[in-house]
Ligand binder design. Structure first.
Ligand code: ATP
Ligand code: MG
Ligand code: MG
Ligand code: MG
Length: 491
């Protein structure tokens, strides 16, 4: 039996609500409310940040809660948590995904949090225990933080064998929402997709598609301040997040999120809309013509577009809206040039997205027509530039010496005059086995920034922190923050 995603999501919510006394709250919109440190809601805890920091009004409804569960729409395409570059290349990072979470606001702590998670995974979902590995925070001497031995001992007492309980440093096992805000040591649960009695502990946290992180349990104990210091929080909390798409992949006995019922209706709709080769599910070199990559990118991006536009983030010129415009243009480009789809394909996928997500997030059903219109208008606005840009790239490549880098001035013109997102230029060159002359490109960015910096502004706003325009931040700026040319439709 392979349970549908809808049942898997519902079983999570029911387990915490009915069996463990949690209050089920709706997902917040992906547009952050009143939090200038974020571009998008990137995890389930964002809407509870005031509770963690102790700044929620004591009589507000939120402050009355001790145990909460929900399924949160998340976008990780900018800022501290940015997975855009992985999308399409692997099969388990999305720009939009659903995060299942349970919270203790000053109520239960490590022991109960771990034991509920273990009970859900092994008894309700019946995942074989020998496929699971857990990690805990191994400490950080430079910050004077001890290893979380308490957490390790909780797992051992739950019967997890010692060689499946592994310490990791800050990078993996200390979770932070953003550059500032609530944070703390965490313990994570990983799943070995291969199994067969092997010990896969050496593959945990190594980026292997065989052993994938599924659930993070954060013990919220600190607030990261603007000066970088860790301030202890007034109370201890638990904040957990499990990616629904990854969990469904495990429970439907698949190897790729794209092979689950959260994605197959969208992949089918892509095929129906453009004919041509089907999605094969190959990752990496075997994907001749990048057709599979295109299917994954388009399926991922159209989900993100639906959710963001529904929640009031439109493709635009700065911040989250600029990120969304880049996402849309990448999707349009893969539709037109790799899948050779007719105009309008992207918007035509919206009903498939609504079919997959509409029951869990009914707001998607209400505005589907408007979402389609916005996608279509933006597609039209970009298509003629895309066509011109592609010809420019091809002509330039023909004239280049073998093994030369792509000239920076041409890339700059594609970006500045035709509104090509820089990551899209990178992708298009990569497909041709060519690299951008990025040193020269950074020079151009720098010159341009200097020209523009004659105003009062010294740097540009990047998610609330001022980034000074030095060469080291250029790579980041290129990806996140250069204002785009204004050729998109207005709302
Ligand atoms: P990874 O190491 O795989 O990038 P993460 O450590 O960044 O994941 P967390 O911030 O711990 O992820 O988020 C909690 C859970 O959300 C993860 O365990 C995973 O199941 C899920 N998740 C995180 N990022 C993504 C993503 N881009 N797409 C799908 N699921 C994700
Ligand atoms: Mg990540
Ligand atoms: Mg991780
Ligand atoms: Mg994690």
């Amino acid at each position: 039996a392979r349970p549908p995603a809808g049942q898997i999501r519902a079983a999570f919510l029911r387990f915490f609500e009915e069996k463990h006394g949690h209050r089920c709250l709706p997902s917040a919109p992906v547009r952050p409310r009143g939090d200038p440190t974020l571009l998008f809601v990137n995890s389930g805890m964002n809407q509870f940040k005031p509770v963690f920091l102790g700044t929620a009004h004591p009589r507000s409804e939120l402050a009355q809660q001790r145990r909460v569960v929900n399924s949160q729409k998340c976008v990780r395409a900018g800022g501290k948590h940015n997975d855009l570059e992985d999308v399409g290349r692997d099969t388990y990072h999305h720009t939009f995904f659903e995060m299942l979470g349970n919270w203790s606001f000053g109520d239960y702590f490590k022991e109960e949090a771990c034991s509920m998670a273990w009970e859900l995974l092994t008894e309700v979902y019946k995942i074989p225990k020998d496929r699971l590995y857990v990690t805990y925070f191994g400490g950080d001497s430079s910050l004077g933080l001890n290893a979380d031995e308490e957490c390790r001992d909780v797992w051992l007492s739950l019967g997890v064998p010692a060689n499946h309980v592994l310490p990791f440093p800050m990078k993996d096992n200390f979770w932070e929402m953003g550059d500032t805000g609530p944070c703390g040591p965490c313990t994570e649960i990983h799943y070995d997709h291969v199994g067969g009695g092997r010990n896969a502990s050496a593959l945990v946290n190594q980026g292997s598609p065989d052993v994938v992180e599924i659930w993070n349990l954060v013990f919220m104990q600190y607030s990261r301040e603007v000066d970088g210091n860790l301030l202890p929080l007034p109370q201890h909390h638990v904040d957990t997040g499990m990616g629904l798409e990854r969990l469904v992949t495990v429970l439907q006995n698949k190897r790729s999120n794209y092979d689950t019922d959260l994605f197959t209706p969208i992949l089918d709709a892509i095929h129906k809309g453009c004919g041509g080769p089907r999605y094969q599910g190959l990752v990496g070199n075997a994907d001749v013509g990048h057709v599979d990559m295109a299917y994954r990118v388009v399926a991922d991006h159209v989900r993100t577009l639906c959710v963001c536009i529904t929640d009031g983030i439109y493709p635009g010129l700065s911040g989250a809206e600029l990120v969304l415009r880049r996402i849309l243009r990448r999707a349009v480009r893969f539709c037109a040039e790799v899948l050779h789809a007719p105009r309008g394909l992207l918007a035509s996928l919206v009903p498939a997205v609504v079919e997959v997500l509409g029951d869990a997030y009914p707001e998607l059903k209400k505005n589907a027509d408007q979402v389609m219109d916005i996608i279509n208008e933006n597609e039209v606005a970009f298509l003629s530039s895309l066509e011109r840009g592609r010809r420019i790239i091809e002509r330039t490549v023909q004239q280049m010496k073998p093994s030369a880098d792509f000239p920076a001035e041409v890339a700059w013109s594609l970006y500045g005059n035709l509104g090509f997102p820089l990551d899209l230029i990178d992708l298009m060159l990569e497909e041709k086995g060519i690299r951008l002359d990025s040193a020269a490109f950074n020079e151009l960015v720098l010159e341009d920034a200097k020209r523009k910096a004659h105003g009062p502004q010294e740097g540009r706003q990047l998610e609330g922190t001022v980034v000074h325009l030095d060469v080291h931040s250029m790579a980041q700026l290129q990806r996140d923050n250069i204002p785009a040319t204004d050729d998109s439709p207005k709302y």
